[in-house]
Design a protein around this ligand. Sequence first.
Ligand SMILES: Nc1ncnc2c1ncn2[C@@H]1O[C@H](COP(=O)(O)OP(=O)(O)O)[C@@H](O)[C@H]1O
Ligand SMILES: [Mg+2]
Length: 257
Amino acid sequence: MTKIISIANQKGGVGKTTTSINLATSLSAVNKRVLLVDADPQGNASTGLGLSYSDRNPNLYDLIVNETFYQNAIKNTLVPGLDIITANTNLAASEIELANIKKREFVIAKILSKTNSYDFVIIDCPPALGLLTINSLVASNSVIVPLQSEFFALEGISSLIDSIHLIKENFNPQLVIEGILLTMVDKRNSLSSLVEKDVREHFGDTVYKTTIPRNVKISEAPSHGKPAILYDVNCSGSMAYIGLAREIINKQGATNE
Ligand SMILES: Nc1ncnc2c1ncn2[C@@H]1O[C@H](COP(=O)(O)OP(=O)(O)O)[C@@H](O)[C@H]1O
Ligand SMILES: [Mg+2]
């Protein structure tokens, strides 16, 4: 059984791509077969995994236009067991093209129905609630919402949760919130601790016990075209993402019993 997880929050800069790359890598490190789908026209997940522009043909945009490209669109990464469907700026045009397609909410779901050789598919969503994010959520079993531990963390989350409910009601009854992940946590900063307390009071057990610390190694890694876990496995950020993967696998084990 393949589990498809979207990493979504319509705010930019909250850690979606960082979480997609490092969670996918951590799951691969414990011998899971993982496919990362870069669904953001910025293509940051593709860059962060070392795929240059010339390595990105065909990519998600090509698949949206013509799904028969599927096999050729699956690229290996430097992480053993981790494959990727890449993105580049041409994906931005798909927001317009999707609008004219019949069953336009189900295009990515149809593409990903071919992914049965993976344990996990992780979709890195763009910072918007447009058709690419809707398509990703329609294709998914669940969604992880990264929240940056700062004052405006909860701003916008109610419209995201409303969208998730609408998608559940109209297109994908199985969709659940897998978890809320606090990112860029700074334990020395009292505001960061207050935000964490607030989020936990609001969302209870939906919030992962694991939090991701603010860590410079995490932000350096993409410029080397590597996940943090390959760049420095011992840094606090890498350890946190490995812990998150463990928490997700354990939670899954508990619900399957
Ligand atoms: N835990 C972290 N510690 C330090 N920097 C981080 C951390 N997580 C993300 N960043 C940095 O913050 C910026 C935004 O993160 P990113 O994952 O690209 O967010 P999004 O995909 O939501 O836009 C990037 O420059 C990234 O390297
Ligand atoms: Mg991103």
